[in-house]
Ligand binder design. Sequence first.
Ligand code: 2AM
Ligand code: CA
Ligand code: CA
Ligand code: CA
Length: 267
Amino acid sequence: MSYLEIACKAAKEAGRMIRSRAGGELAAEEKSSSFDVVTEFDKKAEQLIRASILEAYPDHAFLGEEETYHSSRPLHEVLEAAVDVPFLWIVDPIDGTTNFVHGIPGFTVSIGLACKGELVLGVVYDPSRDELFWAEQGKGAYLNGNPIKVSAAEHAAECVIATGFMPAYRELNIPSLASFGKQFRGIRVLGSAALHMAYVACGRLGAFWQYGLNAWDLAGGVVLVREAGGMVTDIGGGEFGLSVQHIICSNGKVHPAMISCLKQNVQ
Ligand code: 2AM
Ligand code: CA
Ligand code: CA
Ligand code: CA
C-alpha cells in the first residue's frame, strides 16, 4: 500500500472507533487545565494509527499529540531536527477533543507526513459526516474521491471564515473578531483546526486563522489547502514551517485582507 493508502486507512479506522463513543460516558482527564482535556479514546486512536503506520513502515518516525505530552524531549527540538528525518508522521488522533467529549460533531482525525521537514501528504477524516479529505504534494486534493478546490471568492464579503481559541491566546484573539466581523460574511468556531483547514480546501470556508497551534493540529491540513489551490502562512504572511504556531490558511485571494485584519489587532 502507498503512504496515502495507509494514512487514509488508519484515519478511517481510528475515526470509526471514536465515532461510536462520542458524547458517551467518557472519562475526560484534564491535561494542563480544565480547558485541555484528553480521553482514553485519544490515546487508543493514537496507538491504533501509530501501529498501522509503523507496521507498514518500521523505519519511519512518528510524532503524536498524546505521546508527545509525556515525552521529555521538547517539541521544538523534535521539529528542528525534522529536516534530517526522511519520513516523519505527525498525528492528531482526535482534533477537537472538546467536541468529542460533549457529543458535538466536528472532531477529526488528522495525519500528515513530513519528508525532511517538508509536509508532503495530508489526511483529515471527519467521522461524523464520513468525509475523508486527502492530498499529496503535486497530485491534487480530494474529498471522498472527488477533486476539491478552494473558494473562488475574490472579496472578504463573500467569505465565511473560521478561528479557534487557545486559552493562552484568547485575550489576543477576541479583539480581532471585530475587524474580521466588519469585513467578512460570517465567522465560525467549529472546534477543530484540521476541520477548518479541510473546509478551506473544499471551499466551504474562505479562510481560517488561529494563534498557538502545534504541528499535529496543522500537519494533516497544510497539503490539503495548498493542493486545493490555497495558501498557508504564518500570521504575518511569512512562510509556513513545522514550528509555526500562529497560522492563516485561505483561498489566496483574501489572504491580504486576513493579514491586514490581524495587523490591526496587534497595534
Ligand atoms: P485538540 O482538540 O486536539 O486539543 C480548537 O480551538 C483547536 O485548538 C483544536 O484543533 C484543538 O485541538 C486545539 N487545542 C489544543 N489545545 C487546546 C486547548 N487547551 N484548548 C482548546 N483547544 C486546544
Ligand atoms: Ca489536545
Ligand atoms: Ca489538535
Ligand atoms: Ca488532539
